[in-house]
Write a protein that binds this ligand. Structure first.
Ligand SMILES: Cc1cc2nc3c(=O)[nH]c(=O)nc-3n(C[C@H](O)[C@H](O)[C@H](O)COP(=O)(O)OP(=O)(O)OC[C@H]3O[C@@H](n4cnc5c(N)ncnc54)[C@H](O)[C@@H]3O)c2cc1C
Length: 400
């Protein structure tokens, strides 16, 4: 049951941002018995086109979905990928979940469906929702306790033991935290659209590394696929400005399809691509999660997964709180030593993924013609040697 806050209050956790990561984090915390306040307006139409995306979600996220009571709904709304085909020139690597004793490699779900199920589940729980953005953050001493103090509206404020900044790439929390961060632009744009194909996709995702960017087809229901085409900005501008039939013709050429086999069933949307990295994701009484803490190139569909893994690494802290309640002791979720522990856990895992994806993007960059022989060699190794293929799949299926 949602309540409105008009007087100052103290919470265990304040979450800033009502995107998927903020909503999931709030839901998990509520389920573990924390007193939670969520800040921010309910998400409407997204200027970055996120609401037309479909995500490839790792099987590792199932743990979080189960704890949050979302598994049935997510099963119903998602499509499981059982295999993947990766193409580069005449070479092809095919990956199958069975080879690594899994029933699927990832599940595809739309932004809209995932956000909706999370919001619906959260609305049946007890929490506070302040539907405006906060405007000031400070750390205050109240009697013997230290708390984060968040202001909103005209001098209204609340206290919280911990603030989770889940407010996306242009995070306000990151600015007020004082943490150092940097942004590496890829000078690329991801074009996203929903397409219909004449043949069923049979749960196979496909990806092409071409001279005109990286093209991914993610299988959705029936013959529907979600396209993510990461391409240099100049080319993206001309593709977006082209007529739909010209756009599809180019796509069909690059994916070696017969012409007029693809049909656009949505508008094209686009997002500029950049890698956000922070020196640390935890400050005093504040932790950044999801895109507020890190972004990655979408070539492996990892961005949202990293945010989900942030939440799973916070679970340990929330469980300490839960045990505290059961044994009648209070537990401060924003204690420095637990935040440092979290920070240490996340730092290397996030770096590993960022460096890995950045390197793959560099390796397949069309401008690096001098290394084309290594690309062919790399594809050959992965297509012929099962050991490397399985190893790559196991790494991709790990929890980072
Ligand atoms: C083209 C593309 C394809 C992708 N495909 C995949 C994929 O297949 N798999 C995958 O795992 N990831 C994918 N990603 C990454 C994924 O989209 C992001 O990592 C994910 O959406 C981040 O979620 P978030 O909740 O952290 O941030 P956001 O979705 O940005 O949400 C932040 C929320 O905070 C709100 N907000 C902002 N400022 C404030 C404030 N001051 N106060 C309160 N609220 C505020 C915003 O309105 C928004 O609702 C893709 C990314 C791109 C660009």
């Amino acid at each position: 049951m949602r309540k409105n806050v008009d007087i100052q209050k103290s919470f265990d956790l304040a979450v800033v941002g009502c995107g998927i990561i903020g909503t999931l984090a709030a839901l998990l915390a509520v389920r573990k018995g924390l007193n939670v306040v969520l800040f921010g307006p309910k998400e409407g139409s997204r200027p970055d086109g996120a609401d037309s995306r479909a995500y490839a979600i790792s099987p590792q996220a199932d743990l979080l979905f189960n704890i949050c009571g979302l598994n049935r709904e997510i099963d119903r709304l998602s499509e499981k990928i059982t295999g993947m085909e990766i193409f580069h020139q005449q070479h092809m690597v095919d990956l199958n979940a069975r080879e690594v004793e899994r029933s699927y490699l990832a599940r595809i779900i739309t932004h809209h469906d995932l956000l909706n199920v999370c919001q619906e589940r959260l609305s049946s729980e007890e929490f506070e929702h302040i539907k405006v953005k906060p405007n000031k953050f400070e750390v205050s001493q109240i009697e013997n306790e230290q708390k984060a103090k968040i202001y909103y509206g005209q001098n209204s404020f609340i206290f919280a033991s911990l603030v989770l900044g889940a407010d996306g790439l242009n995070s306000w929390c990151r600015y007020v935290s004082g943490l150092d961060w940097g942004l590496k632009s890829y000078h690329q744009v991801a074009i996203v659209a929903t397409l219909e194909t004449p043949k069923p996709h049979k749960g196979i995702a496909r990806q092409w590394f071409t001279d005109k960017g990286i093209i991914a087809f993610l299988p959705m229901r029936d013959n529907i696929i979600s396209l993510v085409w990461s391409v240099k900005k100049e080319l993206a501008d001309s593709l977006i400005a082209s007529k739909p039939e010209e756009f599809l013709k180019e796509l069909e050429n690059l994916t070696s399809r017969e012409s007029t086999t693809l049909r656009l069933v949505s508008k094209l949307s686009s997002a500029s691509l950049a890698m956000l990295h922070t020196d640390a994701c935890a400050a005093e009484r504040l932790v950044l999660i999801g895109d507020a803490a890190h972004t990655v190139h979408p070539l492996a569909g990892f961005g949202l997964n990293l945010g989900i893994f942030d939440i799973l690494d916070l679970l340990h802290n929330f469980e300490r709180f839960e045990r505290g309640i059961k044994s009648g002791k209070s537990f401060d979720v924003g204690q420095k030593r637990y935040l440092s522990e979290y920070e240490r856990k996340r730092r290397n895992k996030v770096k590993f993924v960022q460096i890995g994806l950045d390197s793959i993007n560099w390796f397949f960059s069309p401008t690096k013609s001098s290394i084309s022989v290594y690309r062919k060699f790399g594809m050959l190794i992965f297509s012929r040697l099962n050991f490397f293929k399985k190893l790559a799949m196991k790494i991709a299926l790990s929890r980072f």
